[in-house]
Design a protein around this ligand. Structure first.
Ligand code: G4P
Length: 527
C-alpha cells in the first residue's frame, strides 16, 4: 500500500459524552467489531479484575471514574481507526479539550432519557470551535426514553446546529422494536440476538407494506412510525454533506450500545461520511496530511501510565507524512534533532511498539521531560510550526507549600513536571521562592490528583490552602506590578516564564484595579 493510501484509510475521532451516557460501552462495541478485543468488559474493568485501558491510576479506580484519556487503534473493513477516548468526569475537562484538538471528528453519545447534560454541552463547544464534524449517537433506546423529536429539538436549540436523523427509533423501553433506516428505507428490528457479535441485517420493508410491517413491529407501532417518518421527511433539514463536514449539521443515530443494536450501521455510515485526516494550521499556512514530510504535535503528556515502568509518555498527533522508527526528527521548541524512543500505539488494551505510523495516527513516545503540550516535531526540512493548543484559564487556586525542606528538589521537580503535562498550572509569588507556589486548576479534582501523584511518584507531601481567587489576567502594559494600587482581594503572581499576572476574587476587583491604575492593561488568560 502506498503512503497516500495508508493516510486515506485513516479516520481519527474523539468520543465524547457526559459520564454514564454509554461512551465506554460504545467504544467497546467498536473494538469488538474490529476484532481488537474479544470480550465485552475489557475497556473498563470496573467490577472485574480484567486489565483496563482507561483506568490506569489507582485514584481513578478508587473513584470509579475515568479521569485520563486514552487512544485506541483498530482496523475495520479496510479502515484504520483511531479512537480518542475522553474522560467523562467534568472536573477533568482541560485534558479532554486538548484531546479534541487531535481529532478530525467527534462522536457524541447521548442518553436518550436525559438528552444534553452539562459535560456534553462543554465538549460540544470545543468541537464547534474547531468546526469538526459531529456525529450523534442517541443511546439506551432499550430503556424509557424522551420523545425523539424533543431530543432533536434540544440539540438544535442548545447547540445551534442542524440535525439529520439517519434512522428513527420505533418505540422505546419495553416497546422498543428497532429503528427505521431512512436511507435504505428498511427496518432494523430489535431482537434478543443483539448481544452477540453477529451481523444483523436490516429487514427490507417499505412503509406501505403494511402486513409485513404489522407482523414485524405491530400495527400501532407501524402507524406511529409512518406518521413520524412523514413528519420527518417534510420538516427535517435536508442532508447536506458539506454542512456535515463543517460541523453545521449533525447526523443522528438511535440505538442501544449495550445491546449492540445500531452500532454497526452507525460505524459504517460514520466511516462513509467522515474524511481522511484533515489539514492543520501552521505558521506557514495549511499543511496537508499528504505532504511527504513527517510532522506532529504533542497534545497530551501522561506520566505513570504503567507503574512498573514509571514512565512518562508524550502523545503526538501525526499531521503529515509518515513516521519511521529509528529516524531522527526535529523538535522545534528545543531546536534539536531527537530520536523518538519507544514509539508506541495502544491497540485496544495492548501497548505495542511500532515501526511506522501515518498522518492521522496518534503515537506515544517516551518523554524524558523535554516535551510540553503543543510542541512541534517534524522533518528538519519542513520548516513549519503548529499553532499550539489553547490553555484554559484555571478556575480554582490554592496556596501550596512543601512540608519537608529536605525535599526541596523533589518538590520543585514534581511540580514542574506535572505542570508541563498541563494537569495543573503553577505561579510564583515574587519573593517567595519555589517552596511555596500558587497552583491553578480547571477542575477541583486536579488538586487531589496532584496530591496523590506528588506523594506516590515524588514522595513529597505539601500543605494546601484554598485561595478565593476566581479570575486570572495577564498584565500586558509595561507597568511595574510593584507600583500598582491593588485591593486586598487581588494577588500579583508570575508564570514559569516570568510573565506578570493578577489573580482576582471577582469581576468587581478587576474593575477596581483598572479604575485605580489608569496605565494598567489586562488580557484574558487564554487569548
Ligand atoms: P460512560 O463511559 O459514558 O461513562 O458510560 P458506560 O459505557 O460506562 O455506561 C454507563 C452505564 O450505562 C453502564 O451501566 C452501561 O452498562 C449502561 N449502558 C450503556 N449503554 C446502554 C444501553 O444501550 N442500554 C442500557 N440499558 N444501558 C446501557 P452500569 O450498570 O453503570 O455499569 P456496568 O456495571 O454495566 O459496567
Amino acid at each position: 500500500m502506498t503512503d497516500k493510501e495508508q493516510i486515506n484509510r485513516r479516520r481519527t475521532f474523539a468520543i465524547i459524552s457526559h459520564p454514564d451516557a454509554g461512551k465506554t460501552t460504545l467504544t467497546e462495541k467498536f473494538l469488538l467489531y474490529g476484532g481488537a478485543i474479544q470480550s465485552a468488559g475489557t475497556v473498563k474493568g470496573k467490577a472485574s479484575d480484567k486489565h483496563a485501558v482507561s483506568d490506569w491510576m489507582d485514584l481513578e479506580k478508587q473513584r470509579g471514574i475515568s479521569i485520563t484519556s486514552s487512544v485506541m487503534q483498530f482496523e475495520y473493513e479496510g479502515y484504520c481507526i483511531n479512537i480518542l477516548d475522553t474522560p467523562g468526569h467534568q472536573d477533568f475537562s482541560e485534558d479532554t479539550y486538548r484531546t479534541l484538538m487531535a481529532a478530525d471528528s467527534a462522536v457524541m453519545v447521548i442518553d436518550a432519557a436525559k438528552g444534553i447534560e452539562p459535560q456534553t454541552r462543554k465538549l460540544f463547544k470545543v468541537c464547534a470551535m474547531r468546526g469538526i464534524p459531529i456525529f450523534t449517537f442517541i443511546n439506551k433506546l432499550d430503556r424509557d426514553a424522551r420523545d425523539p423529536f424533543d431530543l432533536l429539538d434540544e440539540l438544535e436549540k442548545e447547540f445551534g446546529i442542524g440535525t439529520y436523523p439517519m434512522n428513527w427509533p420505533i418505540g422505546c423501553g419495553r416497546d422498543f422494536k428497532g429503528v427505521y433506516d431512512r436511507e435504505k428505507r428498511c427496518i432494523l428490528a430489535f431482537t434478543e440476538f443483539h448481544a452477540g457479535r453477529r451481523r444483523i441485517e436490516g429487514i427490507n420493508c417499505e412503509l406501505n407494506e403494511t402486513e409485513k410491517l404489522d407482523s414485524l413491529i405491530g400495527e400501532r407501532a407501524r402507524r406511529e412510525l409512518t406518521e413520524q417518518v412523514e413528519l420527518l421527511d417534510a420538516a427535517s433539514f435536508d442532508f447536506d454533506a458539506d454542512k456535515v463536514q463543517h460541523g453545521k449539521l449533525s447526523p443522528v443515530f438511535f440505538g442501544s450500545a449495550l445491546n449492540n443494536f445500531g452500532v454497526e450501521p452507525f460505524l459504517e455510515s460514520f466511516l462513509k461520511m467522515t474524511q481522511p485526516p484533515l489539514s492543520h494550521q501552521t505558521n506557514e499556512g495549511e499543511l496537508s496530511p499528504f505532504d511527504e514530510h513527517f510532522s506532529a504535535f504533542v497534545f497530551k503528556i501522561q506520566a505513570n501510565m504503567n507503574k512498573a515502568h514509571r514512565d512518562r509518555i508524550a502523545f503526538m498527533r501525526i499531521c503529515s507524512g509518515k513516521f519511521e522508527r529509528g529516524n531522527e526528527y526535529y523538535h522545534v521548541q528545543q531546536g534539536k534533532m531527537i530520536k523518538l524512543s519507544q514509539p508506541q500505539q495502544l491497540m485496544a488494551q495492548e501497548r505495542e511498539i511500532i515501526d511506522e505510523a501515518y498522518a492521522g495516527d496518534i503515537i506515544g513516545v517516551f518523554d524524558p521531560g523535554i516535551f510540553s503540550i503543543g510542541d512541534t516535531v517534524r522533518d528538519k526540512d519542513l520548516k513549519v510550526q503548529f499553532a499550539g493548543i489553547p490553555t484554559f484559564a484555571p478556575e480554582h487556586f490554592a496556596d501550596v507549600e512543601q512540608i519537608d525542606s529536605m525535599k526541596r528538589k523533589q518538590f520543585a521537580k514534581g511540580m514542574e513536571q506535572i505542570a508541563q503535562e498541563g494537569a495543573i498550572q503553577i505561579f510564583f509569588m515574587p519573593g517567595c521562592g519555589m517552596e511555596r507556589v500558587v497552583v491553578g486548576v480547571v477542575g477541583m479534582l486536579q488538586f487531589e490528583v496532584l496530591e496523590y501523584r506528588m506523594q506516590s511518584e515524588y514522595n513529597v507531601g505539601f500543605h494546601r490552602s484554598p485561595l478565593k481567587y476566581r479570575e486570572i489576567r495577564y498584565i500586558t502594559s509595561d507597568t511595574d506590578p510593584k507600583t500598582l494600587r491593588l485591593s486586598r482581594d487581588t494577588l500579583w503572581v508570575q508564570d514559569v516564564k516570568g510573565k506578570n499576572l493578577l489573580l482576582f476574587e471577582s469581576d468587581f476587583d478587576i474593575r477596581w484595579a483598572l479604575e485605580n491604575n489608569k496605565e494598567l492593561e489586562l488580557k484574558e488568560f487564554n487569548q
